[in-house]
Design a protein around this ligand. Structure first.
Ligand SMILES: C[S@@+](CC[C@H](N)C(=O)[O-])C[C@H]1O[C@@H](n2cnc3c(N)ncnc32)[C@H](O)[C@@H]1O
Length: 346
């Protein structure tokens, strides 16, 4: 989804971008290429091994990027600490990188017999082994049901508890396969592995938190692009964009607005963007990818009431924005950066 991502981010020369899921640096490199001259990128990844690969892939762009080994749920404090805001665009390409799936010893895949780890970062405390070997039967069933939408969650949880200790990926996968059977076009343990990975990395709560923080980091006109790989993630992104693009989020039966909620986003693609046939042919693993994009808007209320207080506008930037608003021209999103040309709506 590289082309689609660059287009959705409206990457342009001199722009400032955050890649919250840098992985091997494929998106990061393309963003730096397209934002030259003068483009800047802050790349985050929870996995230090991914950032080592990214650093190699970003050769030639030294001085234009900064890599930070952290969770994107800390995106706001990372950017504040590095004075990297407001930005033109943020990309979150969720989930796992191919190299993590194929790496032996990470425990993400049942194709290799490795310890049940599944942590993005070695600093995290809880591993998949700890969940399957120490959590109660009902806690495991809930994880499998909520995060894997696994219909046989209770039966699998019961068998897990009866079979403890379970040490490796293949032990767990064959136990699950005996209960679920091989009737579908995915491996019977796929949903169980997805659920454990989401629980180990607290993926859904961290995503919710990162989305909210990201909007605060965007300059007016800046873009937030999220690629998700399963329905639970996509639902969170869709609902967040819908909620944040409405001026009132009161229940529909209230006669008048009491929430005072003000839209901060404009949704750029009502229909999700999915990989092209060409990409599916080259990379079949991209088949579940769904891209959603939204643009930070300046609401009338913010213009009149709180522009002066906008958390991320520096004094210099604030006057630039005000001048642009008065002149009716596009607002720059970072001090000293030439405004990006307006792109056609997606
Ligand atoms: C699909 S890959 C990204 C691939 C990348 N766009 C590229 O072009 O190479 C997802 C990456 O996000 C990282 N990741 C997932 N959740 C994260 C989180 N909550 N915080 C930081 N990194 C995360 C993973 O470690 C992985 O490297």
């Amino acid at each position: 989804m590289l082309e689609e991502t660059l287009q959705a981010l409206a990457v342009g020369p001199g722009g400032r971008y955050i890649d919250g899921t840098t992985g091997a640096g494929g998106h990061a490199r393309a963003i730096l290429e397209m934002s030259a001259p003068g483009g800047q990128l802050l790349g985050i990844d929870a996995d230090p091994a991914s950032l080592e690969t990214a650093q190699q892939n970003l050769a030639g762009f030294e001085g234009s990027y900064l890599l930070v080994n952290d969770n994107f749920s800390n995106i706001e404090s990372i950017c504040r600490a590095n004075d990297f805001f407001p930005v033109h665009g943020i990309i979150l390409d969720l989930g796992l990188a191919s190299m993590q799936l194929t790496a032996t010893g990470r425990g993400f895949s049942f194709q290799h017999d490795t310890p049940l780890d599944m942590r993005f970062s070695p600093d995290q405390k809880v591993t998949a082994a700890e969940i399957v070997n120490t959590y109660s039967e009902s806690e495991i069933a809930n994880i499998l049901y909520r995060y894997g939408e696994e219909k046989r969650s209770r039966a699998i949880a019961r068998r897990i508890v009866e079979s403890r200790p379970i040490r490796t990926t293949t032990e767990l996968a064959s136990l699950v396969a005996k209960i679920v059977g091989h009737g579908e076009d995915i491996h019977p343990a796929t949903r169980t592995f997805q659920a454990l990975r989401i629980a180990v990395n607290e993926e859904l709560t961290r995503l919710e938190s990162a989305l909210d923080q990201s909007v605060r980091l965007l300059g007016f006109g800046g873009r937030l692009v999220v690629i998700s790989y399963h329905s639970l993630e996509d639902r969170i992104v869709k609902q967040f964009f819908q909620q944040d693009s409405r001026d009132c989020v009161c229940p529909s039966d209230l006669p008048e607005c009491r929430c005072g909620h003000v839209a901060r986003l404009r949704i750029l693609n009502k229909k999700v963007i999915t990989p092209s046939d060409e990409e599916l042919r080259i990379n079949p693993r991209s088949r579940s990818a769904k891209l959603r994009a939204a643009e930070r808007i300046l609401s009338r209320e913010e213009d009149e009431v709180s522009l002066e207080d906008h958390f991320f506008l520096t004094a210099n930037n604030r006057s630039l924005v005000r001048n642009c608003l008065e002149a009716g021209s596009p607002t720059p999103v970072a001090p000293g950066v030439t405004p990006l040309p307006r792109r056609a709506a997606m």
